[in-house]
Design a protein. Structure first.
Length: 136
C-alpha cells in the first residue's frame, strides 16, 4: 500500500493543493534530514484529539519519523496556508499514545479502514509524535 502511495504522490499532492477533496486533515510536513540536512516533504494526516495534534506512521520508524525525532522541530503546512513551525515529541507507550488510536477515523479512505483493522499491529510497532506549534 505504501508503494502505491509513493508512486501516486505527485497526483495526490496536486489534488491536495487544488481542492483537497477527500483528503481530510492532510498536511505537508517539512523536516530536515538527519544526515543530509536537506529538507524533505511528506503528506500526512494530522490527527486531532481535542486541542492535541499527532503525526505518526503505523508500520514503525521510517525516514521521515527518524528525521523528525532527530530534528525535534519541523514545519507543517495546511492546504493553502502558510507553514506553521512545530515541535515534535515522540510518544512512549501509555495513555497519551493510546489516544492517537481513537483518531484513526480521521484518516482519508481507505487508510481509516485499514488502520482500524490493523490496530493490534499498529499498537505494537507504530511510531507517533505529539505536535505543537512552536513559540518564538
Amino acid at each position: 500500500m505504501y508503494w502505491f502511495v509513493k508512486v501516486t504522490d505527485p497526483l495526490i499532492r496536486s489534488e491536495w493543493r487544488s481542492t483537497g477533496i477527500g483528503l481530510g486533515s492532510v498536511v505537508d510536513l517539512r523536516v530536515e534530514g538527519r544526515r543530509s540536512g536537506i529538507y524533505r516533504r511528506t503528506l500526512l494526516t494530522l490527527l486531532v484529539d481535542g486541542d492535541r495534534w499527532f503525526l505518526g506512521h503505523p508500520n514503525g520508524a521510517v525516514s521521515w519519523t527518524r528525521n523528525l525525532e532527530a530534528a525535534g522541530t519541523a514545519e507543517i503546512a495546511f492546504r493553502r496556508q502558510a507553514p506553521v513551525h512545530v515541535r515534535a515529541r515522540l510518544l512512549e507507550p501509555g495513555e497519551e499514545r493510546d489516544r492517537v488510536f481513537g483518531t484513526f477515523g480521521q484518516h482519508p479512505f481507505p487508510a481509516n479502514v485499514v488502520y482500524r483493522l490493523a490496530l493490534a499491529h499498529i499498537r505494537a510497532v507504530g511510531v507517533y509524535f505529539a505536535i505543537e506549534p512552536a513559540t518564538a
